[in-house]
Design a protein. Sequence first.
Length: 412
Amino acid sequence: MNLPYFISKKINKAENKTFSATINKIAIASIALGLATMLVSFLILGGFKKVITNKIFTFNGHIQVTKYSLDNSLQEEPISIHNPLIDNPEQYEFIDHVQVFGHTAGLLQTDNEVYGAFIKGVGPNFDSVGFKNNLAEGNFIRFQDSLPQAPNNYSTDVLISSKIAKALQLEVGNDVRMLFINPPQARVRKLHIRGIYNTGIEEFDEQMIIGDIGLVRRINQWSDSLVGGVEIYLKDYDKMAEAENRLQHELDYDLYIEKVGDKYVQMFEWLDLINNNVIIFLSLILFVACFNIVSILLILIMERTQMIGVLKALGARNRQIRKIFRYNGMLLIVRGMIIGNLIGIGFGLLQYYFKLIPLDPENYYMEYVPIHWDFLAIIGLNLLTFLIVALVLNIPTMIILRINPIKAIRFD
């Protein structure tokens, strides 16, 4: 029989009205609240990063390939679709999906308002499924293949942001004129609003319209073999730097490869800042939890001074007595962690399904506090908490070495 473990279980089963029972409850509550707070912080941080990065990736991919240009004009230099990225993307094992795009600038015109914006032209290979999370109303645009009656061999369907729709008082199903001032002459096209999107990110919502790349080609006077650039989605986002390095070595010298993190560096730095703040916050919580468990175990040792003296008088070694209190502390930690997981994961489930806590989308890019379920992170946080707090248990048990059995038995 494991005597230290047997005695520690007896200590833990103290009556509810005793001082030991109260101390045990405080220890369990301290561990539970600390772990629950850390779990909720990780779930929310993961949700923020996932939602914001997905919004950015939806509009830009993980890596963009465009043509080098020293021209400061709004019109981009086109590249040919006859390149390895589009013809044979499977030769790059890290690529999951490739899609083309092109931009052109213009002025949206209604009877009362004028609004400057860009049309981002996309093709049938655009990831419309991933974009659906941003759609507030309506549907994604239809392409010329599904509209055989479309004039000029391109679709006039567009998606506008809720901010543009509000500014121009437009709704799904309305038509709007757009003036394109491209040399040698200006052009006007009537566009049909197929849907309204909302990302909460000003860089997109204030000026971006999604349309058919055929329209962009016609306005920019490109042939069907030209596009503004290529967006690449990787199988593993964390290997973006390696993918960028390989593409730089294998693609033509006149192509510019840019990671989305470099293009929107301020936004990703903001996410890193939040991540650093959360790590500092979690470290403080873990320190407080460790301090509490040390204090509580010291109190329990002082309360059991007579018992320690009796055990020493009966021949128990210091190592055995220390094990009693380490087991006692670990039992408290396990109980606290079980309750902490129930609280933390329970809160996460409530927020995930019922969206109880709203946010201001103008400041946070989303309408409610997001939750991201990363079960490896949850397991890792539980293991880290248990290991650190269990190691800290060795500190208060050092006092047992200094307890004299004769004085301890007479201790009152």
